[in-house]
Ligand binder design. Structure first.
Ligand code: MN
Length: 260
């Protein structure tokens, strides 16, 4: 990796940066800082918390865009929509030209295992892939706004270098997860089979009506040191190639042409 000098990466490359925690999130600033090492950055992100909206898009309401100061050197655009809306609107309307790379994150909270499916952060990257751009999602396993994102940032650098050097096949998105703190190592990993258990806590409101609040804990269903959730437990960051083609190909191949 170090055989290519940093200056080679500093080009007129244009990088779209999105997330699902909203444009106020410390994670998106941390990601934009890394992105800046590789080119010009356009931050286009939801104007509010949009975690776990998955790949939702807005179809019945207008989308409005507001300039937003990311830090003293960077301005972004806040959108009153979902992460996938932001990427669609970014590439079609809000950027001066098409992006060369789409980055989403750094999410506060793991997007490993089954979280991939619920995640708005991963879906923003997936939308980038659908639109034909190399795309990477990055998440830190710690929810706290004050989490040390240095390891997530270093994992992001490595993933970006990989994509710039090797490219990505059509339809493939890279999903990176990292523990808080310095990077111990970045391992290729598979999505762990997992699910939430004890998902809702029932309570009664002051007007005596029951309500439910999602809680739950993530249960890992497979063992294996090649699985994202297990590697994260051991302190490693993980990089998982994922795809939006949800066809069960092996099952499909075993069927005939017609079901009679
Ligand atoms: Mn989030």
């Amino acid at each position: 990796m170090s055989s290519i000098s940093k200056s080679k990466y500093n080009s007129d490359r244009l990088i779209l940066v999105c997330n699902d925690d909203g444009i106020f999130s410390p994670g998106i600033r941390a990601l934009a800082e890394v992105a800046k090492e590789f080119g010009e950055v356009a931050v286009i992100a939801p104007d509010r918390q949009q975690s776990a909206v998955g790949h939702a898009i807005t179809v019945s309401d207008p989308l409005r865009v507001t300039p937003f100061q990311i830090n003293s050197r960077m301005e972004g655009q806040a959108v009153n929509g979902t992460p996938a809306d932001c990427v669609k609107l970014g590439h079609g309307n809000l950027m001066k030209r098409k992006p060369d790379l789409v980055l989403s994150g750094i999410n506060h909270g793991s997007n490993a295992g089954i979280n991939i499916l619920y995640s708005g952060t991963v879906s923003a990257a997936t939308e980038g892939t659908i639109l034909g751009y190399p795309s990477i999602a990055v998440s830190c396993t710690e929810f706290s706004d004050s989490a040390d994102l240095s390891g997530s940032q270093e994992a992001t650098r490595r993933a970006i270098r990989y994509v710039l050097e090797q490219g990505l096949p059509a339809g493939i998105t890279l999903n990176v997860n990292a523990p808080a703190g310095p990077l111990k190592g970045l391992r290729w990993a598979k999505q762990a089979n997992s699910r939430y258990v004890e998902e809702f806590e029932g309570r009664v409101d002051p007007r005596n009506k029951p309500y439910f609040w999602i809680t739950g804990r993530l249960e890992i269903l497979d063992k294996g040191d090649d699985l994202d959730l297990n590697l994260l437990k051991k302190g490693y960051a993980t990089i998982t190639p994922i795809q939006y083609d949800l066809t069960a190909h092996i099952f499909y191949r075993n069927q005939g042409k017609e079901l009679e």
